[in-house]
Design a protein around this ligand. Sequence first.
Ligand code: 2AL
Length: 253
Amino acid sequence: MQIRVINPNTTRGMTETIGNAAQAIASPGTLISATQPAHGPVSIESHFDEAISATGVLEEVAAGERDGVDAYIIACFGDPGLLAARELTRAPVIGIAEAAFHMATLISTRFSVVTTLGRTGIIAEHLLEQYGFGHHCRRVRAAEIPVLDLEDDGDAALARIIEEGRRARDEDGIGALVLGCGGMADLTDEISEAVGLPVVEGVTAAVKLTEALVGLGLGTSKHGDLAFPRPKPFIGRYAHFSDQGASGSDEAR
Ligand code: 2AL
């Protein structure tokens, strides 16, 4: 089974961190291939960054279809391009925020999120509502670290996340902590040990969920709105998306 883990930002070091964490948790026989868009922001911290990076995610899914990939993970906590990506494939596509939220509700009744910046925390709050997890989440906390600090100033970033995690443990009345950035994929054990709570991290959670879906023979439904997009010409820089839907007719399964 090949799982393509797409880091939606364009920082190669973060793609490697994410890919290594995914491979380390994967079952024997699961191959992780980690990629990133050729174009786009080095980190995703705003609606603007998300909108640009979503196009890159879709290009990576289109490439994955040519490579015969079995499942996709979108490894940014805003889940950029998630539903559009699902339209392009019959394979499962899982975002790390939704993966982490689902997993957290299976082991606790209440969780808090520790993410990078306050403004990305607001994006996570939107997703919690959109996905129906608002009731389960006590608080979205920000360590107030820019995403790339996880790469460039890792020790200080880790210390800030642990500090905020301990506050969540003491103040929020929670059973579990969710880590809110793909760049935190390798920090789960250290944070769990330091905070003393179960810690759910989205990349690793998504690997296990995609393995489960593929093992169950379940892929993205082609009934309804996740059917392949209707083939049509795309103009200019998106000409390569022309007739994208032809790759897998509308025939549903
Ligand atoms: C993210 C993430 O996971 N990767 C990135 O570049 N921005 N979102 C976040 N909330 O930190």
